[in-house]
Design a protein around this ligand. Structure first.
Ligand code: ZN
Length: 443
C-alpha cells in the first residue's frame, strides 16, 4: 500500500510541477486610474454578471423568506439583485450533514423545490435556466437568471441515480464535498481529523465514477471545499475544466479551504488538451479574505465555544433544545466584534489569481447568505457589486477584463462543460456507471 501511495503521490507531484510553469493567460498590462460613476455603471450594465454561490435557499425553506422581502438579516433579495445588475446566480443547495443525517436527499429536494417556487412566484422578473445559452437569453430579456449548484457530495447519498435526477431537476454544478468528507471524496474541513475515515487516493473508484458521470451529464465539477489530495486526483480524472465556485488564494489568507498558487494554476489548466481551462470564483467571507480577520476569529474561538456550551446548558436546564439559529446568532455576534476587512483585500485576491492563473480564470462566488454577514466593508448585497467593478477599474482593469471577471469567464467554462458532455454522450464506450452495485432485496 505504501508503494502504491507514493507512486500516486509522485505522479501528482509531477502533475503539479507541470502546472506550475506559467499562467494560462498572461496578466494584462494595467494603468491605474479613477473611473467616474458613469464609467463604472457603463461597464456594470454591459456585463453579464454571474455570482456562482449564495446560500439563500435555506432562508426560503427555514425562514419562509421571499426574494421580494426586504433583506432583513440576509444579503440577497430582488431589489439588491436589480440594483447591482446581477444577471445570474447559482443558488446553493446545501444540506447540513449533522442536522439532516439519514435524509440528505429529502432536504436536497426541499431546497431545490424552494428555488423553483421563488421562480414561479416572481416569473415576471426571474427565469429558471440550466445552460450558458439560458443565461445569455435571460440577459437579453432583462430578466434575472436563477440556477442551482449542490454544495456537498453527500447530497447524492452514494447514488449515481440521485446525481442524475438532480441534473434532471436543473442542478448544474456540485462541490464534491462540503466541510465533511463523503464515502468517496475527502474534504479540507476534516482531513486532519483522525476519527474520520479518509481514502488514500483522494477519490475512491466510485468517486471517479461520480466525476465522469458529472462530465457526461454536463454538470460542472466544483472543487471548492475538497482536500488538496482530492483536488489533484479530480484534476487528473476530469475531462472538462473545473470550477471553484467560492474559493480564495491561500498565499494571501492561509485557510485550508483556500487554494495554493499551484492549485490556482492547475484549475486554469484543467480540462482536456484543447480546453481553455477552469475558473476560480472569489469568496467574500472575511475569514477567507483577510489573515488578520482569520487570526482574530481563531483567537476568540475558545470564548465562542464557551458561550455556545453555556447557552446549551441554560436551554437544557429549561428543558429546551438549542437550535442552529440560536447558535448562528451567537457566532454572528462574536463575528461582528472583529473589524471588517477593507474591500481592497478582496480585490487583492482577484489581482493575485489574475497574476498567477491569468485573466481568463477568475470570477465571483460571493457566499452571500452563507457567512453570517461577515463580509468586507461596504459589501453587503448584490447591490454593492459595482464597487468591485469600480475597484478593478481603479487598478487599471479594462472594461473587457472586468466583464470576464464579472461573469464572462464562468460563461465560457459552462459552455465548454456542455460541449464536453455532448462529446462524451456521443462516445460509444461502456457505461462506467454499470459498475454501480444495486441494492437487491434480501430473500
Ligand atoms: Zn461553502
Amino acid at each position: 500500500m505504501r508503494t502504491r501511495l507514493s507512486v500516486a503521490l509522485a505522479f501528482l507531484t509531477v502533475t503539479a510541477i507541470a502546472h506550475a510553469q506559467t499562467p494560462a493567460t498572461p496578466a494584462p498590462k494595467m494603468t491605474p486610474k479613477s473611473p467616474t460613476p458613469a464609467q463604472v455603471q457603463q461597464v456594470q450594465q454591459s456585463a453579464i454578471v454571474i455570482d456562482t454561490h449564495a446560500d439563500t435557499p435555506q432562508r426560503f425553506v427555514d425562514e419562509h423568506f421571499d426574494l421580494a422581502d426586504p433583506l432583513g438579516s440576509g444579503n440577497v433579495n430582488l431589489d439588491s439583485i436589480h440594483k447591482g445588475n446581477l444577471g445570474a446566480l447559482f443558488f446553493s443547495i446545501w444540506v447540513d450533514p449533522g442536522v439532516y443525517k439519514g435524509r440528505f436527499a429529502g432536504r436536497t429536494f426541499d431546497l431545490i423545490d424552494a428555488v423553483k417556487q421563488q421562480v414561479a412566484k416572481h416569473h415576471d422578473q426571474i427565469t429558471f435556466v440550466t445552460s450558458a445559452e439560458g443565461i445569455e437569453q435571460a440577459h437579453r430579456e432583462h430578466k434575472f437568471a436563477a440556477l442551482m449548484g449542490i454544495e456537498g457530495g453527500h447530497s447524492i447519498e452514494d447514488s449515481l441515480a440521485l446525481l442524475r435526477q438532480y441534473y434532471a431537476l436543473g442542478v448544474r454544478y456540485m462541490t464534491l464535498t462540503w466541510s465533511n468528507s463523503t464515502n468517496w471524496a475527502d474534504s479540507s474541513g476534516d482531513i486532519n481529523d483522525a476519527s474520520v475515515p479518509h481514502n488514500k487516493e483522494g477519490l475512491t473508484e466510485f468517486g471517479k465514477d461520480v466525476v465522469y458521470e458529472m462530465n457526461r451529464l454536463g454538470m460542472m465539477v466544483d472543487i471548492s471545499h475538497v482536500s488538496d489530495h482530492t483536488f489533484y486526483r479530480t484534476l487528473v480524472i476530469t475531462r472538462a475544466p473545473v470550477i471553484a465556485s467560492h474559493s480564495n488564494a491561500r498565499a494571501l489568507c492561509d485557510a485550508p479551504r483556500n487554494m495554493t498558487d499551484d492549485m490556482l494554476r492547475a484549475v486554469a489548466n484543467s480540462g482536456g488538451p484543447n480546453s481553455k481551462g477552469g475558473v476560480i470564483d472569489v469568496n467574500f467571507y472575511s475569514g477567507f479574505v483577510s489573515q488578520a480577520y482569520r487570526d482574530a476569529d481563531k483567537a476568540q474561538q475558545p470564548e465562542v465555544d464557551k458561550a455556545i456550551a453555556d447557552l446549551k446548558a441554560k436551554n437544557k436546564a429549561e428543558g429546551k433544545e438549542t437550535s442552529q439559529t440560536e447558535i448562528d446568532k451567537l457566532t454572528h455576534m462574536y463575528g461582528d466584534r472583529i473589524p471588517r476587512p477593507p474591500l481592497s483585500m478582496l480585490i487583492d485576491h482577484i489581482d493575485h489569481i489574475v497574476k498567477v492563473a491569468g485573466i481568463d480564470h477568475v470570477g465571483i462566488g460571493s457566499d452571500f447568505d452563507g457567512v453570517q454577514s461577515q463580509l468586507p466593508e461596504g459589501l453587503d448585497s448584490p447591490a454593492d457589486l459595482p464597487k468591485i467593478t469600480a475597484a478593478l477599474m481603479a487598478r487599471g482593469y479594462s472594461a473587457e477584463d472586468c466583464r470576464k471577471i464579472l461573469g464572462g469567464n464562468l460563461l465560457r467554462v459552462f459552455r465548454e462543460v456542455e460541449a464536453v458532455s455532448k462529446e462524451l454522450q456521443a462516445e460509444d464506450r461502456p457505461r462506467i456507471t454499470d459498475k454501480q452495485p444495486f441494492d437487491k432485496p434480501q430473500k
